[in-house]
Write a protein that binds this ligand. Structure first.
Ligand SMILES: NC(=O)c1ccc[n+]([C@@H]2O[C@H](COP(=O)([O-])OP(=O)(O)OC[C@H]3O[C@@H](n4cnc5c(N)ncnc54)[C@H](OP(=O)(O)O)[C@@H]3O)[C@@H](O)[C@H]2O)c1
Length: 344
């Protein structure tokens, strides 16, 4: 590219992730020349603010990408599948937040703390992993490098914002309905074209996305497949159970990991504390551990409750929390964009 300023497009600019991407481009002072904001016809015409400038959102189409250097997609997998190839045709590098290209062998699946070296291998599209995968692999990377990892068992406690702006509204609406003694009317969750919807207010739903033939949900299988691809290690055994809970921002994860080598607990804590992008919050005496409410609005991945498994000396339990809209989506994408910009 050999540029110092970039024409950037945000596809899905009016969504939960898009809003955070625009905010980060501004906060990080990303070298934006022109910013193009794209959505569906529904929100076209909406005026959004970027660095004090009013920008009118346009309907995204195949010709929206002329002159665009970097296109950040967060408008659902179908939109990415349809429009990202057009953006590439116009010479843009696409950073895609959806599931559309994550397992495509030509698209690097990148978490900068883990495999930034893969960015250069792109052929126009770089995939951002699933939010629950990103925070887990970012936290496990220093342990993978120091001890090796043979097995991961993860249970997630995922925020409603992970299912978009509509799911946040549904949770708030249902909470009010229940508090007022009325029936909660489920409409959105579990998200997707599914025949049955469940109440999320005051509840926990052990289904995120549709079920696969093997009894796992798609979200769970994303964690399995993406973890292997990001570490470049097909031998890691991964089992996931993904649960939606009535938290607005921030996914929490209980992670059991089996290391290949012996470890010292204090050394593990030190490694985590020293790793970029990780904040260790682990002081049981002070009841200090990561909380979704504390992680919300921050870019880091927070790790705590670090303790040795009682039945396996190489087993380790961790509690990993991060803002799903930031490190789980917008921040990871903008980090990738910053790396591309720095090399251009
Ligand atoms: N939320 C998360 O934590 C998270 C994390 C990682 C990845 N993601 C992925 O990011 C994507 C967006 O998620 P979100 O939570 O931001 O959803 P959202 O709040 O529902 O926003 C969706 C955005 O996509 C736009 N859009 C929908 N259909 C479109 C179309 N046909 N053409 C162009 N734009 C269209 C919407 O525009 P309108 O305003 O016009 O409807 C809106 O801007 C999803 O694929 C999701 O899986 C989300």
């Amino acid at each position: 590219m050999s540029k110092t300023k970039f024409n950037v497009a945000v596809v899905g600019a009016t969504g939960a992730v898009g809003e955070q991407i625009i905010g980060l481009l501004e906060k990080r002072d990303f070298p934006v020349d022109k910013l193009k904001l794209l959505s569906s016809a529904r929100s076209a015409g909406t005026v959004l603010n970027f660095k004090g400038q009013e920008i009118t959102v346009e309907e995204a189409g195949p010709d929206s990408f002329e002159g665009i250097d970097i296109a950040l997609f967060s408008a659902g997998g179908d939109v990415s599948k349809e429009l990202a190839p057009h953006a590439v045709r116009h010479g843009a590098v696409c950073i895609d937040n959806t599931n559309a290209f994550r397992m495509d062998p030509t698209a690097p699946l990148v978490v900068p703390e883990v495999n930034a070296d893969q960015i250069d291998k792109h052929q126009g599209i770089i995939a951002n992993p699933n939010c629950s995968t990103i925070q887990m692999v970012a936290a496990l990377k220093p342990l993978y490098d120091s001890y090796g990892i043979s097995r991961i068992i993860v249970s997630t406690y995922q925020a409603v914002s992970g299912a978009g702006a509509k799911a946040i509204n549904e949770m708030l609406r249902q909470s009010k309905e229940v508090l007022e003694g009325r029936d909660a009317n489920p409409d959105i969750l579990p998200v997707g074209s599914l025949p049955v919807k469940h109440q999320i207010a005051f509840n926990a739903i052990p289904q995120i996305d549709k079920f696969q033939d093997n009894g796992y949900t798609l979200e769970e299988m994303k964690m399995v497949r993406e973890t292997k691809k990001i570490f470049g290690d097909e031998d890691i055994a991964v089992t996931a159970t993904c649960v939606r809970i009535p938290v607005i921002y921030g996914h929490s994860e209980s992670v059991y990991v089996e290391l290949k080598n012996d470890y010292e607990l204090e050394e593990v804590k030190q490694l985590l504390a020293e790793s970029p992008g990780i904040t260790l919050v682990d002081d049981p005496a002070a009841q200090a551990y990561p909380l979704a409410t504390d992680a919300a609005g921050k870019n880091d991945v927070f790790v705590g409750r670090v303790r040795r498994d009682l039945g396996n000396a190489r087993g380790l339990n961790l509690w990993i929390v991060s803002d799903n809209l930031l490190k789980g989506a917008a921040w990871n994408a903008v980090q990738i964009a910053e790396i591309i910009a720095a090399k251009a």
